[in-house]
Design a protein around this ligand. Sequence first.
Ligand code: ZN
Length: 401
Amino acid sequence: METITVDRSEQDDLGIIDEGGLAIDNGRIVEAASSQLLERKYSASRHISTSGEILLPGFIDPHTHLVFHGSREEEFRLRQEGASYLEILGNGGGIMETVNRTRETSQAELLSIAQHRLDTAIESGTTTLEIKSGYGLRLYDELKILRTIRQLQRKNLCRIAATFLGAHAIPPFMNPDEYATIIIEEMLPAVRRWNLADFCDVFCESGVFDPKTSSKILKAAGRMNLRTKIHADQFTNNGGAKVANDVGAVSADHVIHSSISEMERMNETKVTPVVLPASSQSLLSRQYAPARELLSMGLSVALGSDFSPSNWVLGLLTVAAIAARELRMKAEEIIPSITINAARALGMERRIGSLSPGKSADIVVLRAPSHKWIGYTYGEGMVDKVLIAGNERVREGKLVN
Ligand code: ZN
């Protein structure tokens, strides 16, 4: 049995301990070591046996759009017939369809829909995730979504980072400048006043927010003590990665068309690139982030699901399989990208992301003979147990209530 600590102080990059186990106390990791040594050293009131399985840090999803109403399977059909994402958006479909549905939905209803999705994520091994607003696009509804996220935080053991993405699209009959002013002067102060978000994000793309406006919004957020993220260069090289580097964002997400020099600059600015290959696949695009180049530059690449109505996937083992196939990422590269590097993309690397002493006992136990099964399979039936802060939340692949 392997215990994959992802603790770099261990012998190899993944910090693998053969026949290893963990000592946990009060929701935190005390020690990762060989089971034999742990049994001699500690007396535990409770043992969880994991023979024939592998232990990893709980998975971390640094990019989701979990809270919205409805689905867009008809739009997927249009894409199968050749329509592009930006064409659909330009014709009033895409995000605006989901915005309209979400605006009509009460907070209580949104909470119940989102809780169901969150349960699926946890059953897939996710113990921390980020959730963005962005399907309100006006003060009342953006706050409603952020308050739904806050309710999820209070109801669930898993950690949730909240991101204000009022700048997800331009509402109809408005120009980007007008809407950016509303975001900066009305929305951000309200988000701040109620302390509803950890991050502010902007969809920087041609036809949505240009680099100048994106930068203005993110700088305003920074002045209000919100950390920043950006949807960068998903469809075109639009300067999103440069904005991320200039404003000192925590992460730059998508980075499919970002320029090489800006990606290299991330080594200095410490911006974490978040690659979202499931999203490219759902958009039926053959264009993916250059993950191999990012890795060869020495960057800490994170992987996320980008769960949204246009990309209905929550399980990071499924995302890992796509990354293995489309980005040629190897198991030993994928594992840090869904644990410690994803924690970095949320600024939480000191608390979670590896099985290191003092960190939260967020653990996933997989039915697999070795870590090399991550990426090799699609992860079906692989999750056995999930522990969050030492509490068993999933057993035999099912949520424990
Ligand atoms: Zn996104």
